[in-house]
Design a binder for this molecule. Sequence first.
Ligand code: 4AD
Ligand code: MG
Length: 507
Amino acid sequence: MHYIEDFSKYEGQEITFKGWVANKRESKTNIFLVVRDGTGFCQAVLSLDVLGEETFEVAKSLTRETSLEIVGNVVKDERQIGGYELQASSIKVHHIAKEYPIKYLEQEHGVKFLADHRHLWLRSRRQWAIMRVRNEIIMSIHDFFQQNGFVQTDAPLLTGNACEGTTDLFETDFFGVPAYLSQSGQLYAEAMAMALGKVYTFGPTFRSEKSDTPRHLSEFWMIEPEMAFYDLDMDMDLIEAFIKHVINRVLKNRKVELDTLGRDVSKLENVNQDFPRITYTEAVKVLQGKSEVNGRNAITVQEEDLAAAKQAIVDLTATIEANEKEMKAGVKKGKRNYLTAQNDKFKQEIKVHEESIRNIPKWIASAQNFKDGEDFGGSDETVLTRVFDAPVMVYNWPTKIKAFYMKEVEGDPNFVKGVDLLAPDGYGEIVGGSERESDLEILSRKIKEHDLSLDDFQWYVDLRIFGSVPHSGFGLGLERIVRWVCGLNHLRETIPFQRRYGRKLVP
Ligand code: 4AD
Ligand code: MG
């Protein structure tokens, strides 16, 4: 068996392909298939001359998603997907698929239809690319930590207490005692860091927040490193090195997939700059337009974006009209197809600009009216990060809006040593971390202030009784980084089977 991914090694050789028909086109004497085998997509040519009439008849009956084997020659052809073509000398059909519900260009379907057919939708080319990027990100995370002396440890998923606040816990039953699905492995990671120094967990987490937004899942995967003897600055250095490593490895190894997704990789290459670090208080001023970043004012930039969107619609409309006029005057079939496809693309672009025109005035109002001391909303993160090219770290947050375990800023208990990493271009928060409160008295007081039971947390407080040390950590949302890297407008495509507020558990 030979995989498409390895075709460059088999150039000019006869190989056996095993996979599925993704698409089909035919002429009188040739059938052109797009075939896929999980490792890639490629064109296969089945010709009457080579196969003979009987087999050619069988080839004509192939439907999309039919499973088959093809013996054939691998020929270099730059114009084809993947750069190679398979010229069939014989075929063996495994199973002729029934009429397949999903079009080759999945974008022609609505979101709900695709979600309802997720078990099949995963076979589409874009989804294939996303899952391969997800895998690359997972592997790059492990190699970063493994190369840097971290031990991977696992936190339990059934827990007796809350880590990130009690409001969004999924409750379940543990032999008659209430239990909760874990929101975060952090508290356990802290215990393990006191045993092993530098650790990370990598597991599913659950939040029952009723948020139907592009950034929220009810079940998502989180990576949580925790390091003994690290302060907030060291934590931020680690976040920066870690994100740079992950993005650069994906850029190096997943070119084909990023290209399939149409991702503008120059935006991702910006991670190689230093990540700006600003305090929450500075960030608020930038957001409100009261302070500038490298001569850029967040509000002015939004106003410019709004004007640019309006102008783009005027220009695109003019181009569409000109193309239509040209077609009316009479053009050849090839040119007509080309112009029609162009116009369809431009109409999609107009929709995106129309959405910006609807959103930006609301975003500006929200940014200008932002109340110091509150948490940033999704649009605030978009407005704030728009003035930076690289991801930005916002640190020293108001104590009121952050979790109980964050360490107070020395001499200013209204702020804690938390940090959020915000990705550029509207992708928002992808990492949340902090230095942990290591003082027994302060931690005990904060547990009480947050209405949590000291009894439940005694084991966690113990870590401050037996050799307490400064320590820090952070959590990366796997689906959030997959979304950013792939340039997707929603988290639903970043995970094989989404679990999300407002969506049933099927498939
Ligand atoms: O900021 P969060 O809530 O931080 C924690 O859970 C800490 N205990 C982490 C730590 O310090 N060890 O969540 C961390 C990250 C967020 O930055 C975001 O990327 C992701 O988890 N995340 C979600 N991803 C998808 N859907 C949701 N509902 C998410 N909530 C958080
Ligand atoms: Mg957070």
